[in-house]
Design a protein around this ligand. Structure first.
Ligand code: DGY
Length: 324
């Protein structure tokens, strides 16, 4: 009987996924469900054929310089792979995969939830009730902004951006502008109800709400800086379910404090789990703990997708979600 492949898993996974892994592999895992040190990643890379890690594991060039280095595939539990130095992985001939598609609908739901929460001031309202400070209904109390008929600019028109556009346009009657590197085809625009705008500033200038759906790359980091936030109309809203570093935090805080932006809905942060303390005091900001893909269904599907990539790779087939 041939020895089973060794797989190192950095975090606890849904029970069904852990059970499936255990039937197929010799599984090594860290004792606690906490971020690991570079030394532990290096130990894993030295003893395991595959590493199943998550978007919170920083697999840097230094980590990948592990010696010995046995790992041949890193399956990231997540669609974003900015936590992994892909160039270094390529240099070490390690295949890297991600988990696209399966989290699209849930992440778009959460972006829509943040649009509704910020425009209708639901976070503030909830805190008011919990604090016992609600004095009752009155015509001028806690007024938000109407979602229907307002203009949403979706920056990054990939799977999640398109899924949000569909919800916003067909479900909530929003006018949707799409901005991204490449113009979507006519069928995609018809399906999502979006209008493509090639110029970023032009899209920002027309939007009551801007929602980010871009990966973190050298080109997108700090994309929403002071100058671009200033182009957004006074009283508009920013939603971020993509990556924290796409936004310049100083510029965002300033835009919120001056009232240029009426609110922000954030699910992701530059240095998670740390949240800029200046945001914590701003009532008009909704802060969620990176919940975009956090449904039982999606987290199971992400695990099985990572498993499918590892199995395909060891069968000698192309890993279906290979990114490096
Ligand atoms: C991802 O997959 O990249 C998300 O941020 C985690 O769900």
């Amino acid at each position: 009987m041939t020895a089973r492949r060794v797989i190192a898993v950095t975090r606890r996974l849904p029970a069904a996924v852990e059970a499936a892994l255990a039937t197929r592999f010799d599984v090594r895992r860290a004792p606690d469900d906490l971020p690991l040190t570079p030394a532990v990643y290096q130990r894993f890379l030295g003893e395991a054929d595959a590493l199943l890690c998550t978007v919170t594991d920083r697999i840097t060039a230094e980590v990948l310089a592990a010696n010995p280095l046995r790992t041949r595939i890193i399956a990231n539990f997540g669609v974003g792979t900015d936590n992994i130095d892909l160039a270094a992985a390529r240099a070490h001939e390690i295949v890297v995969t991600n988990t696209p598609d399966v989290l699209t609908e849930d992440t778009a739901d959460l972006a829509m939830a943040l649009i509704l929460m910020t425009m209708r001031r639901a976070g503030e309202g909830e805190r008011l009730v919990r604090a016992g400070r609600w004095t009752g209904w009155r015509p001028t109390h806690h007024l938000g902004r109407r979602v229907a008929g307002s203009t949403l600019a979706v920056l990054g028109f990939g799977r999640i951006g398109q899924a949000l556009a569909r919800r916003a346009h067909h479900g909530f009657g929003m006018r949707v502008l799409a901005w991204g590197r490449t113009a979507p085809d006519a069928a995609t625009l018809a399906d999502t109800g979006a209008t493509y705008v090639a110029d970023l500033e032009a899209a920002l200038a027309e939007a009551q709400v801007v929602s980010l759906h871009l990966p973190s790359t050298p080109e997108t980091r700090g994309l929403l800086d002071a100058r671009r936030l200033a182009v957004m109309p006074t009283g508009s809203f920013l939603i971020n379910t993509a990556r924290g570093d796409v936004v310049d935090d100083d510029a965002l805080v300033r835009a919120l404090i001056t009232g240029h932006l009426a609110g922000a809905g954030l699910d992701v942060y530059r240095q998670e789990p740390t949240v800029d303390t200046r945001l914590l005091g701003l009532e008009q900001v909704v802060l969620l703990p990176h919940l975009g893909s956090a449904t039982r269904e999606t987290r199971e599907a992400m695990g099985f997708r990572a498993l499918a990539n590892i199995e395909a790779f060891f069968r000698g087939d192309a890993a279906p979600d290979r990114v490096a």
